[in-house]
Every structure is written in C-alpha cells, then in structure tokens.
Design a protein around this ligand. Structure first.
Ligand SMILES: C[S@@+](CC[C@H](N)C(=O)[O-])C[C@H]1O[C@@H](n2cnc3c(N)ncnc32)[C@H](O)[C@@H]1O
Length: 268
C-alpha cells in the first residue's frame, strides 16, 4: 500500500486515510474526516517564529539565529504571518482537530511561549475556549539562542486538550508534568519532534487511531507504528512527506552535513 497520497476530493474515510500521509492543507483534509473518528491528536504546528520582534528570525537577517535550521522557514510555509492571522489559523486548526476527536480522546498540542515587545505570548489566545486539562513542560536540555542578553531557552509546552471521557493508560500519571528529552538531531527537517517524546505521549494513552495534521518528517507515524497503532498524517510539503516515507520504510536518509546515515542509527 502507498503511504504517501495527494489530497483530492475523491479521498474516502477511512480507507484513503488510515496509515497514510496525505499531502495537503490540514484544514482542507480534516474537513473530509467525520466527527468523532480519531482517538488521539499529537502535533506541533509551525510556531510563526519568523514573525519576531527581535532581530533574529525576522527577515532572514540571522543575528542570534544565524545557525538556526528554521531561518528560512519551512519548504512550503514561510512561518511569518501577522500575529492575529496566525492565532485565527491555529484556532481553526484546533477546531477541526477537536471535532474529529472521540468523546474519550485528547489533543497533545506542542507550542512555545515567548516574549514579544515586552509582552508574554503564552498562546492563551490560541487555546482560549478549548478544554485544556493540563500543561506539560518539555525540558529540552538546550536551545538555539546564544544571545548574550538572554539565558538559553530550554523548554516548550504541550497543551493536553481533552474530551470529557479521556483517561491516561494505567500508571502513566507517574511520569509527572515535566518531561526531559533532548532535541532530535540528525534529521533534515528543520523542527522535528524527538521520537522519545512522542513515544511517551502515545504509550500514555490507549489510543488506536492517531492523527498528526502537521506531520513534518513523520515522527508521530513512526512512533504510532512502533506501538502497533494506526496513524493519519497530513503535511503540506511533499519534500517532508518523502522524508517521512523514507523513515517509515527504514531507508537511508541523505543529510547535508552528515552524509548517509541509516534510519535505524538516526532514530533509536
Ligand atoms: C513543527 S513542524 C512539524 C514537525 C514534526 N513534528 C516532525 O517531527 O517532523 C510543522 C510542519 O507543518 C507543516 N505545515 C505548515 N502549514 C501546513 C498546513 N497548512 N497543512 C499541513 N501542514 C502544514 C510544515 O511544512 C512543517 O513540516
């Protein structure tokens, strides 16, 4: 069965969606999915980092972000929307994710807090009105900001947005709400999840069908597969879909600075 499939109006749920990565816009694709059809959503949207008030990611000038992989945005998304537009877009995405979720389902929505023009952007404007049950802190060990005026940023957050009947799997609550996992390295995608982080989320639930509407390099699919769960991925960039398919097939991945490295050694 083909893993990668282009979005078209002819796609039928569930057969065209299950264990596939659909190339397309996530809202358009999710609109083709029925209400209450998914057990779990695990996702990390673009953070809109290039819309920054600092001199870093903005306009690709570099500064403190000169070495950051995201300097150029994503292959098919520039990550630079006006803030209000970005918030509205993310709220529309969350609305679709919530609609397709079953009554015992949850959304694990990864984001990053930041300060812009001396004001905290804690993403409350995005999640307002959605039933956030808990916030998990992902302590990443390191960051990419080496500006001498700031301490190195080392954390992100994961909003656990739940439907009323959601429960963790037995014993998972003992993990606590601060999780320490280093960032992914040796992945050509500019902002990948570390697989261990998604393993923690998926193994903490009994979900069988898992959706990632911003699938990127396919980490959620890879994790779902290793726990014998089903995945549905959506990704705008065909280039990242190809990367995800290679990872799922365990193929050799070509990395700019690292030469050829086998998937097994990269993502253990
Ligand atoms: C933070 S990355 C996700 C990385 C992913 N978690 C991984 O492990 O590789 C966000 C992704 O959203 C994708 N994206 C941006 N706009 C999109 C849209 N409208 N629909 C679907 N995907 C989109 C980008 O191409 C990018 O790969």
């Amino acid at each position: 069965m083909k893993i990668k499939i282009k979005y078209s109006n002819k796609l039928k749920f569930p057969d065209s969606f299950m264990n596939r990565i659909i190339i397309g816009d996530c809202i358009e694709v999710m609109k083709k999915m029925p209400d209450s059809s998914i057990d779990l959503v695990v996702t990390s949207p673009p953070y809109n980092l290039k819309n920054s008030s600092g001199n870093g990611m903005k306009n690709g000038r570099g500064g403190k972000w000169a070495n950051a992989a995201l300097m150029k945005g994503y292959s098919d998304h520039d990550d630079c929307m006006p803030h209000e537009e970005y918030v509205e877009w993310q709220r529309n995405c969350l609305t679709e994710m919530f609609r397709v979720l079953r009554e015992d389902g949850a959304i694990f929505y990864n984001h990053k807090w930041r300060v812009q023009r001396a004001l905290l952007q804690d993403r409350a404007d995005i999640v307002a009105g959605f039933p956030v049950r808990q916030i998990i802190v992902w302590r990443r060990k390191g960051g990419i900001n080496f500006n001498p005026g700031y301490f190195l940023p080392t954390y992100e957050v994961i909003y656990m947005i739940t439907k009323p009947k959601f429960k963790l799997s037995k014993g998972a609550n003992s993990h606590g709400d601060v999780w320490e996992f280093g960032q992914e390295s040796n992945n050509p995608h500019p902002a990948p999840f570390p697989k261990v982080l998604i393993d923690r989320i998926i193994s903490s639930t009994c979900a069988q069908t898992i959706l990632d509407p911003f699938m990127g390099s396919g980490t959620t699919a890879l994790s779902a597969k290793s726990f014998k769960r089903d995945f549905i991925g959506i990704e705008l960039s065909e280039q990242y879909c190809d990367l995800a398919v290679s990872r799922l097939k365990g193929e050799v991945i070509h990395l700019g600075n690292h030469g050829k490295i086998k998937q097994e050694t990269l993502f253990k």
